[in-house]
Design a protein around this ligand. Sequence first.
Ligand code: GDP
Length: 619
Amino acid sequence: MHRPRPHPAPPKAEKPAAPETVQPVSPPAAEPVALKPFSVRVPLTVKELAEKLNISPSELIKRLIGMKIMATINQLLTEEPVRGLVKLYGFEFQALPTLEEEIEAVHEIEDPAQLKPRPPVVTLMGHVDHGKTSLLDAIRKSKVAEGEAGGITQHIGAYRVSLPKGSITFLDTPGHEAFTAMRARGARVTDIVILVVAADDGVMPQTIEAIDHAKAAEATIVVAMNKIDKPQANPDRLKKQLAELNLMPEDWGGKTIVAPVSAKTGEGIDHLLEMVLLEASLLELKADPAKPARGIVLEAQLSKGGGPTAHVLVQKGTLRVGDVLVSGPYWGRVRAMLDERASRLQEASPSTPLEILGLNGVPKAGDSFLVVGDEKKAREVVTRRQEETRSGQVTLTGRHAVSLEDFHKLLAEGKLKSLNLILKADVQGSAEALQDALSKISSDEVSFKVLHSGVGDVTEPDVLLAEASAAVVIGFHVGMTPEAEILAKQEKVDVRLYRIIYEAIADIRAALEGLLAPKLVESSLGKAKVLQVFKVSKSGTIAGCQVLKGKILRGALARVFRGPDQLFEGKISSLKRFKEDVREVAEGFQCGISVSGWSEFQPEDLIEVIEVESVAQKL
Ligand code: GDP
């Protein structure tokens, strides 16, 4: 049986066909019939979709082949092909909440009556050589090894100490870089920061940096005034310096606990730990141990045997051997759990650090882990995450860097409340001058916050802090270290270096006022003249054209002109050379153009193709 070809070919010859062969242009097509909504959760398998559409899986597989997708019956289909497939059956795709969103929602629900206190998680920070490592070691030796044969045999990135009044979990990667790197990956791990300051040395640049990093993370600070065994120790001078940094010591009427210790002699360590527990009790740290676990990966690697091992911290719920979890783009069933003494655990409650075996890959430090119901769910969540990462929709942490240009947009969308800044200058004087000048910018609705201000080049920790706190880095008369440059590029952190204070101020003011929002700039990509028109039942109208100038691009914005009048604006939905679908057609050639939503072409109409670019504004 002869059936009409569904898609008449666009003009074949380079020469326009004779006018009598032009088919009459039919009246404008009726409004397309509204598609029925089809709500489904993606990804789903070919089989599941076929069932929902009430067709056979083999029919669906054939359709997929038509879409150049080779799929098996159990293959998971992502949003894009599902959208196209259901349309073929007269439906409009509507995404239901993803499985991950559903699981997250279950994890989010907390019954206040079920919440139980959990140990605080503590990180040590401070200037180099002020004694962070020594103090961590001293605490470990004095507390963990007590009464236990062997003590800690394993490095799992953290350890717990038990005291009569409660336990504390210490993360044993000291320093604010590691801390902020975690935060930059979206992980809020630390409850309390022990700021280690040597009593003989006092506050140093990295002490200030550490304070700013801890404050930006809204962690409670307890000061360990270390090296009090040294004759040069000067507690009063240190307290005065702390008071100047808004850490007013308790015994001076403030709120900050300053505990004198010596990592060398062990003096004061018990008192320090008691103070940490005291602060923790004020924070009322709680979690429901009856829930499925979630937490953070502290570090992960391949073991000698080749299997991935992950050092994790349980933050909520209880993790058990046999649980199925997802972490980053990986999943697995927990085969074994080991604590810091390499003892096997059957279960781990909130704030417990441990090593787990059973994941099918090595997640990154700072990735979260989440217990999901079963393997099928785990596979589905992971497939979707991988898909989203591939398509560049989101990073796995779902974070977005902020720039001066997009600040106002994020503000308008309610994603940011204030413009966070990190200031670096060549000398203390210019850092202060910059801050002074900034404080004179007044804006009624919008404010800015200086998270950290320091002297010297923009460094990696600055960029990390900016990334973790959605901040912009402003450098004045300074450069940038190569590591910082690489990181900023990679994480799309906006770092701006200025030589003139006024320019920095002007840009920040403009950002606050929304004047720096990127401008959309149009340019003409090409022009084509309609030579003849083909009316096609299904896909609308194809205009057989000659490209007069530039090029025509599929998917680009097109404007249809008749004489001086613009008739329509829409996307180029299909572009053909002879019968072939093509991406672009250059000047001098002929092609068939369809514009989505427009079917009333006439010969001699002009089609102009426009490119819209977003361009950062300069002041
Ligand atoms: P970090 O860079 O902050 O980790 O500092 P370290 O823990 O490596 O300590 C730096 C130096 O200070 C080492 O030589 C330690 O032995 C010494 N130190 C640390 N704590 C004390 C202390 O309480 N008293 C004395 N006298 N020396 C200490």
